[in-house]
Design a protein around this ligand. Structure first.
Ligand SMILES: [Zn+2]
Length: 285
């Protein structure tokens, strides 16, 4: 299903609207970026109400977003696009810091990674056990390792087609309306090295194409050093990803973002295939 959406007075009139209580007072947002998130949950209305704080009948006073998109494609706008919402936390992209002041935040309902229990079942972030059949019924999942989560291979629930279709219609409206120069994951801008959303099951590239020449496709490079340390953040103060903490010469990587001399990469082959981490850009060619 393709739905045309437009922005009027910093709102998308065709979707549900109610304003969150969690917005910076008296601050105008002139959006130049969009940050993609997952909610870390399965219950869309619950996440929406939480991100609305008091206006949603919840006690949350610390986070919000602009739009929440449920598994069935329903979208809820909870902040106008010219107000500063609280979704990016400590963050940086190029020369920009504190991206809440620059970015629209879009939340997709998704639990995030589930850990294997060693018994063919998976444990979600709330400690609930989920069988493969349950996860398949909810849209399936991919399996991928991720150094920010731990040393195991995790289940990452897929995003539904309805959800992604709505997301595309909203992002199209936003990129038509505002001078958006980058669409980024929360993971790649988070300066604490904690965040993993929206994760490896999310098709970031399909959204980045909305920017055309404004945001070229990720570049593919290969490692020129005999061994190149791969770290959890952009600098030598960050721990190496273990094991084995280094990429061998000629390993292929996809560059996702940059911070000074450092590059966030996704490894495309070899023992760390699929892993994301930071490497020094001088050793990529
Ligand atoms: Zn996030």
């Amino acid at each position: 299903m393709h739905r045309e959406m437009t922005v009027k007075n910093h709102r998308i009139p065709s979707i549900w609207y109610k304003q969150t209580s969690n917005l910076s007072a008296g601050r105008t947002l002139n959006p130049s970026m969009i940050v993609m998130h997952y909610t870390t949950g399965w219950n869309g209305e619950g996440s929406r109400d939480w991100l609305m704080g008091a206006a949603g009948g919840t006690s949350n006073k610390g986070s919000s977003a602009h739009v929440v998109i449920d598994r069935d494609g329903t979208a809820w706008q909870i902040a106008p696009f010219d107000r500063v919402a609280w979704h990016a936390g400590p963050s940086r992209y190029g020369d920009l810091q504190s991206l809440n002041d620059h970015a629209i935040g879009i939340e997709f309902v998704n639990s995030g990674p589930l850990s294997p229990d060693g018994n063919d079942q998976w444990i979600d972030p709330y400690g609930h056990r989920r069988s493969k059949d349950e996860l398949d019924a909810a849209g399936g999942f991919i399996q991928a390792s991720h150094p920010r989560v731990g040393g195991l291979v995790y289940a990452w629930p897929n995003y539904t087609k309805a959800q992604l279709d709505t997301g595309h219609a909203i992002l199209k409206a936003l990129t038509d309306q505002y001078p958006i120069s980058a669409i980024v994951s929360h993971e790649e801008i988070d300066t604490r090295g904690w965040k993993t959303d929206p994760g490896p099951a999310f098709p970031m590239d399909s959204f980045r194409t909305l920017l055309g020449d404004r945001n070229p496709a990720p570049r593919v490079k290969s490692v020129t050093a005999s061994r190149l340390n791969i770290r959890k953040g952009p600098g030598i103060d960050y721990a190496r990803i273990d094991p084995p903490g280094a990429l061998e010469r000629n390993t292929t990587v996809k560059i996702l973002s940059a911070d000074d001399d450092w590059r966030l990469v996704e490894v495309s082959d070899g023992p760390l295939n699929g892993v994301r981490g930071w490497v020094h850009g001088a050793y990529l060619g």
